[in-house]
Design a protein around this ligand. Structure first.
Ligand code: ADP
Length: 468
C-alpha cells in the first residue's frame, strides 16, 4: 500500500508518541508504585515506633501505672489512627484508646468483635494488630498492643497515588498526541511541498520543457541537494539539446559551402560561361578533398566514441619529443611573423602512446596558430609537478568568449570568432584531443579571455617508472 508522506509521517509520529507514553507509564507505575508503598510502610513503622516510645517513656517516669495521664497517648492514637492498648504483666488493661475514631468504623463493629477477644497479632481481614513489650527502666512491665487498618490503608493510598499518576499520564498522552499531530503535519508539509514541486519539474522536463527549474526554498539538506540535481540535470539536458541543434546546423553549413561552390562552378561550365580549365578543376578537387576529410574525421570520431581507444604505449622522452614537434611548427610561424617559444624541463619521460601525444600537441599548437592575431606569440611549457606532468600551450590570440568555454570540447563546436576568421576548422580537433588525453588518464583544461589569449593545460599522470 502506498501512503503519502504526510500520512506516513503522522502515523509514525503518533505511534512513537503513544508508544513512549505507554512505556513511560508502565515503568513509572511499577517503580513509583513500589517506592511509594515502601515509603508508606516505612512511615507507618515510624508511627508505631513513636507510639511505643511515647508509651514506654510515660510508663517509665511514673511509679504507679494507674495514675499515669494517658492524654498524650490518646492524642497520638487519634492523630495517627492507631488502636492502642496497654496491658500489665497479668494482662490487665491499663489503657485503651477506644476505636471510635478509627477508619472504616462501620466495619469495625464486625471485626473488632472478633479480634478484641484474642489480641493475636495476626491479620484479621484488613485489620492488623501487633504486640510489643512495655519496658520501664529496662524492665518488662507489660505489653503494648497496636492495631491499625494496614492493608487497606496502604493500598488505598498507593492506589489513589497511582490513579493520579495514570491520570496525569493520560492527560499528557492526549496533549502529546495533539502536539505530535500538529508537529507531524507541519514537518510533513515542509517535506512534501518541495518534493511535489520537484516531481512537477521532472514531469515538465519529461514532456520536453527543459527551461523549467525547481525554485525551492527549503532548509532540508537532502531536498535542497535533490532540487539542485534536478536543476543541474535540466541545465545539462538543455545544453545537450542546444548542442545537438547546433551540430546539425553546423554540419549542414560545413557541407553546404563546398557543395555550393561546386554547384555554381558546374552550372557555369554547363552554361558555357566558364571554360573548364585545369586551375578550376584544382579548386574542385580542393573542395572535394575538404569534404572527404570532413567525412573521414566524422568516421574517426564515431570510432573514437564507440570503442575504448587502443593505446600503443611505450616509455618516451616527452621533453625531446615536444622539442621536435615545436621545431616542425617553427617555419610556419616564422612565415607569418609569429613567435613560437618554449620552456621545456629536460628529461621528462612518460609511458604514453607517442602518436597520440603528437596528435594532441599538433592540435593544440596548430589551434593557437590558427587563432593568433598579427604579431602573435605562442609559448609551450612542459614541467613536472608531484604526481603529474603538465603541458601548457599559451597564446595571445583572439581568445574564446566565456559563454563558449564549457562547450569548446564538444563535437563541431566553434566560436563565432573562429567562424569569422575563416580558418577552415571543423570543430573536431579539440574533441579528439580531449579523448586522447583522457585515454591516458589525464585531463585537459582551458582558460581564455577574448582578445587577450588562450591557455590549454594538459595534465598527464606521472606514471613513468624511470622518472626521477
Ligand atoms: P577547429 O577545427 O574549429 O579549430 P577545434 O575543436 O580544434 O576545432 O576547436 C574548436 C573551437 O575552439 C575552434 O573553432 C575555436 O573557436 C576554439 N578554439 C580552439 N583553440 C583556440 C585558441 N587557441 N584560441 C581561440 N579559440 C580557440
Amino acid at each position: 500500500m502506498k501512503l503519502s508522506l504526510m500520512k506516513k509521517l503522522s502515523l509514525g509520529f503518533l505511534s512513537a508518541v503513544l508508544g513512549s507514553i505507554i512505556l513511560a507509564s508502565l515503568i513509572s507505575n511499577y517503580t513509583v508504585g513500589k517506592e511509594f508503598k515502601k515509603y508508606l510502610v516505612d512511615e507507618h513503622k515510624t508511627k508505631v515506633d513513636n507510639a511505643i516510645k511515647i508509651i514506654n517513656e510515660l510508663y517509665s517516669t511514673e511509679q504507679d501505672p494507674s495514675s499515669i495521664s494517658t492524654q498524650e497517648i490518646q492524642r497520638y492514637a487519634q492523630l495517627q489512627e492507631l488502636y492502642i492498648e496497654v496491658h500489665d504483666l497479668n494482662n490487665n488493661i491499663l489503657y485503651s484508646s477506644g476505636n471510635s475514631y478509627l477508619q472504616h468504623s462501620s466495619m469495625m463493629g464486625n471485626m473488632m468483635g472478633g479480634m478484641m477477644n484474642g489480641f493475636s497479632g495476626m491479620n484479621i481481614g484488613e485489620y492488623t494488630e501487633n504486640k510489643y513489650p512495655l519496658v520501664a527502666n529496662n524492665k518488662n512491665i507489660g505489653t503494648i498492643v497496636i492495631g491499625y487498618f494496614g492493608a487497606s490503608y496502604l493500598s488505598s493510598a498507593s492506589v489513589t497515588f497511582l490513579r493520579t499518576l495514570n491520570h496525569s499520564f493520560m492527560l499528557s498522552a492526549i496533549a502529546a498526541l495533539f502536539f505530535g499531530f500538529i508537529i507531524s503535519a507541519i514537518i510533513s508539509r515542509q517535506l512534501s511541498k518541495p518534493l511535489v514541486k520537484i516531481t512537477e519539474t521532472a514531469n515538465k522536463m519529461r514532456t520536453g520543457d527543459l527551461e523549467v527549474r525547481a525554485n525551492i526554498n527549503t532548509s532540508t539538506k537532502e531536498i535542497d541537494e535533490l532540487s539542485n540535481s534536478i536543476n543541474y540535470l535540466a541545465e545539462t539536458l538543455n545544453n545537450q539539446e542546444m548542442l545537438r541543434k547546433r551540430l546539425t546546423s553546423d554540419m549542414a553549413h560545413e557541407l553546404r559551402t563546398p557543395l555550393t561552390t561546386l554547384k555554381t562552378h558546374v552550372e557555369a561550365f554547363m552554361d558555357g560561361i566558364w571554360e573548364p580549365t585545369n586551375e578550376r578543376f584544382e579548386t574542385f578537387y580542393e573542395e572535394i578533398e575538404r569534404m572527404t576529410k570532413m567525412v573521414d574525421t566524422l568516421r574517426n570520431l564515431a570510432k573514437l566514441e564507440q570503442s575504448n581507444l587502443n593505446l600503443t604505449k611505450s616509455t618516451i622522452n616527452l621533453s625531446d619529443e615536444l622539442e621536435k614537434i615545436i621545431d616542425t611548427f617553427k617555419p610556419l610561424y616564422i612565415k607569418k611573423n609569429y613567435e613560437l617559444s618554449s620552456s621545456i624541463a629536460p628529461g621528462i619521460t612518460a609511458i604514453i602512446d607517442k602518436d597520440k601525444f603528437k596528435q594532441i600537441m599538433n592540435n593544440l599548437i596548430s589551434n593557437s596558430y590558427k587563432y593568433l592575431k598579427p604579431n602573435g606569440q605562442v609559448h609551450v611549457v612542459l614541467e613536472k609537478e608531484k604526481q603529474n606532468i603538465i603541458i601548457k600551450v599559451i597564446d595571445n590570440g583572439i581568445g574564446i568568449p566565456e559563454k563558449d568555454l564549457p562547450y569548446i570540447f564538444e563535437r563541431f563546436y566553434r566560436t563565432d570568432l573562429s567562424r569569422n576568421k575563416n580558418t577552415g576548422g571543423s570543430g573536431i580537433g579539440l574533441t579528439i584531443t580531449k579523448a586522447f588525453v583522457e585515454a591516458h588518464g589525464g585531463k585537459i583544461y582551458v582558460e581564455s579571455k577574448v582578445n587577450e589569449g588562450t591557455t590549454f593545460i594538459v595534465v598527464l599522470p606521472n606514471n613513468a617508472t624511470d622518472n626521477k
